[in-house]
Design a protein around this ligand. Structure first.
Ligand code: ADP
Ligand code: MG
Ligand code: ZN
Length: 476
């Protein structure tokens, strides 16, 4: 039997405000334990939370960027449970009235576009962190993270494969970064994802029972865990078994998911409106202002790159996949306004280098303007494309500007006839058989002669001029 998989993702993204969601404590990461705490985030009796306006502002940006409906009135609710990292005994979240609903975003899937619905976006506070030490008979609690603002984004069950899940997550993260509201770093936990997975017979109209996968702390793990889980469920059903609704933990060492607990139900949490916080009212003016201040988003920028720079779809896609890459590209164009080759060098040579060194484009040893200067030297005939690659490598190694490297190493292209003529003559004299064949009609041999001259001049000869000289001598 053919099965179809159904996936819905719940993403928690940390918002990069300076202070926590309901108190003035710093959100700074990496400080000594329990140094960014106060009576509010410690859950002392008698203290009151005050909503951080920036958290609302940032969530509004996300809501509008994903075409959600912003609710004029939303409300905070208490989600009650006990855990040592939760001093209040409840997490303040939003439940029946979230700030935003019914959005979507567009991903590329198998070369076509696909719309993934967003059910809701809401705000909530993070919990603290437990630190387990293998040699100690107890665990420690760090409450610095308690009350750090999170935005939860819940997708519709519109995703049909692990690859689509990955594309959706990457797009979500790109939007968060374009909006400058979070860093979207999965490995560091500022962008977390739970995946709900079910399978059903192909074409069926009711979904199967889902499991919820946790501990997915990298894009690769999300995709691997979903793939594993789909296979597991299909095999289970094939053997006559039944999928049970439960929470499963991804084990990245063994590459399997294991049962963690039976799935909790909403009523287990005894949600109720938080009496300490007023309903949140958002007026039209606020929404309009945030909307008018939204930066250009990936989809729009991709469209602009195609129309303004005449780039192929694929190039525009890669170059806008992250804001930093798009910014780099445009900074390079400010010096070297030739989009196609600039894009090629960035996508091929630069991203290749960064990838190999495990760096992001912001850590590029070559500033965009200097890459532009390098490319300009090719177009100006100062260096050949081949030499440019070695100058590029030298730039990456030393951080020097291309002009300096070319001067220091004497790489300037030889573009004057009298300087090249002796070498051309020498090559022709050394290859009489090829000369004869060429004159006998094997015109393709021109490539061989050009190659020989280039080799002799260590790539410094201007290939166009070499070509002209050779033809003149061979045919004249
Ligand atoms: P909970 O908060 O209990 O996890 P939600 O109703 O908020 O439950 O749903 C969570 C996620 O599960 C959503 O992203 C939704 O799209 C997804 N989902 C719901 N039903 C299924 C299903 N049968 N298969 C896969 N995903 C599902
Ligand atoms: Mg869930
Ligand atoms: Zn505090």
């Amino acid at each position: 039997m053919e099965f179809e998989s159904v996936i819905g993702l719940e993403v928690h993204a940390q918002l990069n405000t300076e202070t926590k969601i309901f108190c003035p404590c710093s959100t700074l990461f990496g400080s000594p334990p329990n140094t960014h705490v106060c009576p509010v985030c410690l859950g002392m009796p008698g203290v009151l939370p005050v909503l951080n306006r920036k958290v609302v502002e940032y969530t509004l940006r996300m809501a509008l960027a994903t075409d959600c409906t912003v609710q004029p009135i939303s409300r905070f609710a208490r989600k009650n449970y006990f855990y040592p990292d939760l001093p209040k005994g409840y997490q303040i979240s939003q439940y029946e009235l979230p700030i935003a609903t019914d959005g979507h975003l567009v991903i590329g899937s198998n070369g076509s576009k696909k719309r993934i619905g967003i059910t809701r976006i809401h705000m909530e506070e993070d919990a603290g962190k437990l630190i387990h030490h293998p040699d100690l008979p107890f665990s420690k609690v760090d409450l610095n993270r308690t009350g750090v603002p999170l935005m939860e984004i819940v997708s519709e069950p519109d995703i049909r494969s692990a690859e689509e899940a990955g594309a959706y997550l990457r797009r979500l993260r790109a939007i968060i970064r374009y909006l400058a509201i979070g860093d979207g770093n999965m490995e560091e936990g500022s962008f977390r994802c739970d995946a709900n997975v079910s399978v059903m017979p192909g074409g069926a109209s009711t979904f199967g029972t889902r499991t919820e996968l946790k501990n997915l702390n990298s894009f690769k793990n999300v995709e691997k865990a979903i793939q594993y889980e789909i296979r597991r469920q299909i095999e289970l059903i094939g053997e006559g078994g039944k999928v049970v609704q439960e929470t499963r933990l991804w084990d990245p060492n063994r590459n399997v998911t294991t049962s963690m607990r039976s799935k909790e139900e909403a009523h287990d949490y005894r949600y109720f409106p938080d009496p300490d916080l007023l309903p949140l009212e958002i007026d039209k003016a606020w929404i309009e202002r945030v909307k008018s201040e939204l930066p250009e988003l990936p989809e729009a920028r991709r469209g602009r790159f195609i129309s303004q720079y005449d780039l192929p779809e694929m190039d525009a896609q890669v170059l806008t996949s992250a804001k930093e890459i798009a910014d780099y590209f445009e900074a390079c164009l400010s010096v070297y306004p030739n989009p196609k080759p600039a894009g090629n060098w960035i996508m091929g040579t630069l991203l290749g280098l960064l990838n190999a060194e495990g760096k992001t484009i912001e850590e590029s040893p070559i500033p965009p303007e200097e890459l532009g200067n390098l490319l300009k030297m090719i177009d100006d005939g100062i260096i050949s494309g081949k030499i440019a690659k070695s100058v590029f490598d030298e730039m990456a190694r030393t951080g020097k500007p291309p002009k300096t490297i070319v001067e220091e190493k004497g790489l300037v292209q030889v573009s004057n006839t009298s300087a090249l003529e002796p070498t051309v003559d020498e090559i022709l004299a050394a290859n009489p058989d090829e000369v004869a064949s060429y004159r006998g009609g094997k015109k393709k041999l021109i490539g061989f002669f050009v190659g020989q001259v280039m080799k002799k001049t260590k790539g410094k000869a201007n290939p166009k001029l070499v070509n002209e000289l050779l033809q003149k001598k061979l045919e004249g």
